[in-house]
Design a protein around this ligand. Structure first.
Ligand SMILES: Nc1ncnc2c1ncn2[C@@H]1O[C@H](COP(=O)(O)OP(=O)(O)O)[C@@H](O)[C@H]1O
Ligand SMILES: [Mg+2]
Length: 492
């Protein structure tokens, strides 16, 4: 076979690399990944406007690079994406540093210090384009003011991007105003607070223009009203995927400010869906991946999905680390989990109830109905601690109080939702009376009898058989149950 080495032409390749689809948020996040991979604990970002001739600087106290390592780092495609990465490592394609930087501006200068020795490299795309050659500077260009002292310890790295044509219109007629420059910086801050929230819970500190980043946890962990579902472990080609579903509390439980904050950068409705984490770094969020629509009544569901960097291939992680595809093998399982929790969200939204963990009650909640669940069955019960009800009960004597409580119990048993559920069970099991129906029948009869009403066994049986959900049960079956089960002391 005949062959000839063919070098790609520098200028067009560089231009193409600038346009692989980063936005300023995903670009900055990718640069921070590098600092985290270098084990930095302090990462400081400086955005300066300088009348449109500004710069973005990222200073970290990570392990730094020596001259050879920096030369490799500045090479386009410095690592093979197929190589096995260290556990926890956020990098993948050996492209991020260059492509993320070039999506913001035309010049990338890196100063790195390892064991107190400083190394420098700088790509200036104007220079590369002009010469149409891969010419990399090995010193800091004269018009850049960058001091080696910015790295305080013996190790660390400064990444400086300027000639910010993409970020703020440098060198064009459309230089952005200082106010839009800084509101862009603000949005970047909010994005980073979400994307790195797990890492920010550890010892890593990140600041932007002197403001410390505060983690924003989309699952409102710590909010006692937030419902954390059962953790599920899925297998994907022998690699573990951990799924943790969350259902947020009903909007009425928040004050205005809390509600806005819990809505996040995209708003409540757009924040529902899967949150996919790779090595504790969020790569995709608020997306049902086409499995479900984003409807308002499902907006309380946010499902955390964790995978490790060994499974990048399966998830089809992209260069920007901002999109993934759900692997076919686990699609069905994820859809089933999502379906269940979406249903829960819908119940909470429609019935203004809260999902209470077994036996847990909220004192003074304003919801009239609450959902009570154990592993097998969930039922709506009235909130007996509702402040209005408490107030009424206080004014009643014991006899009337008893009657009112019995009546409330009847309302619970006859609630359309509880009955509808029983009806669907009847449909499945035709003539058989299941345990939950049996319980309902007995409970209902006992209440009627204890209420002091002079009802006969026939009357009670008939009234139960007329209740929706019990139509398919013969009256004599109901009578049999009552005769056998209801307290022998009660005489019909
Ligand atoms: N802030 C940094 N500190 C130390 N090393 C870095 C830093 N940024 C980049 N590097 C080195 O440069 C290499 C290339 O980075 P990058 O182009 O983002 O690709 P990747 O992160 O996929 O390896 C990294 O693997 C790392 O060795
Ligand atoms: Mg990287």
């Amino acid at each position: 076979m005949n062959e000839v080495t063919t070098q790609p032409s520098a200028a067009p390749v560089i231009q193409a690399l600038r346009s692989i689809g980063y936005n300023s948020q995903t670009a900055i996040a990718d640069l921070i990944d590098n600092s985290i991979d270098a084990k930095a604990l302090n990462i400081s970002l400086e955005f300066s406007y300088n009348e449109g001739n500004g710069s973005i600087k990222i200073i970290d106290n990570g392990k730094g690079m020596d001259d050879k390592e920096l030369q490799t780092a500045m090479t386009i495609g410095s690592k093979d994406p197929r190589d096995r990465r260290e556990r926890d490592e956020l990098g993948r394609f050996g492209m991020g540093l260059k492509t993320a930087a070039f999506s913001l501006g035309k010049r990338l200068t890196v100063v790195s210090k390892k064991d107190s020795k400083v190394s420098v490299r700088c790509w200036d795309l104007d220079h590369v384009s002009e010469k149409n050659e891969w010419l990399l500077y090995t010193s800091i260009p004269e018009d850049i003011s960058l001091s080696f002292d910015e790295i305080q310890g013996i190790n660390g790295t400064v990444v400086l991007i300027d000639k910010l044509d993409r970020f703020c219109g440098y060198g064009t007629k459309n230089i952005v105003k200082s106010s839009s420059f800084y509101s862009k910086v603000n949005r970047i801050q909010k994005y980073l607070e979400l994307v790195f929230h797990v890492l920010l819970e550890r010892e890593i500190l990140i600041e932007i223009n002197g403001n410390q980043l505060l983690r924003w946890n989309p699952f409102l962990e710590g909010n006692p009203r937030c419902y954390e579902g059962e953790v599920q472990y899925l297998q994907l080609n022998g690699k573990k995927v951990v799924v943790t579903p969350y259902v947020l509390p009903h909007p009425s439980t928040f004050n205005k400010k809390e509600h806005r904050e819990a809505g996040g950068i995209k708003g409540w409705r757009d924040h529902q869906g899967f949150y996919i984490y790779r090595e504790d770094r969020l790569v995709s969020f608020g997306d049902w991946f086409g499995l479900f629509p984003k409807d308002a009544i499902s907006e309380l569901v946010r499902i955390k999905v964790d995978f490790s960097n060994e499974a990048d291939e399966e998830w089809k992680l992209d260069v920007k680390k901002s999109t993934v595809t759900i692997p076919e093998d686990i699609k069905e399982a994820l859809a089933a989990i999502a379906k269940y929790y979406r249903q829960l969200s819908q119940e909470i939204m429609l019935y203004r109830t809260r999902a209470s963990r077994t036996g847990e009650k909220v004192k003074g909640s304003l919801n009239t109905w609450e959902l009570q669940s154990d592993e097998n069955i969930s039922n709506y019960v009235l909130n007996r601690n509702h402040p209005v009800l408490m107030h009424i009960l206080k004014e009643l004597d014991d006899g009337v109080k008893r009657k009112l409580n019995l009546y409330l119990k009847l309302i619970e048993l006859g609630s359309p939702n509880n009955l509808l559920k029983t009806e669907s069970m009847v449909k499945q099991e035709r003539q058989t009376v299941d345990e939950s129906q049996r319980k309902t029948i007995i409970e209902y009869a006992e209440i009627l009898m204890n209420s002091g009403m002079d009802a006969s066994l026939d009357q009670i049986s008939e009234s139960i058989s007329l209740m929706s959900g019990f139509e398919s049960i013969e009256i004599h079956t109901i009578k049999d149950i009552l005769q056998k089960e209801v307290d022998a002391s009660v005489k019909f």
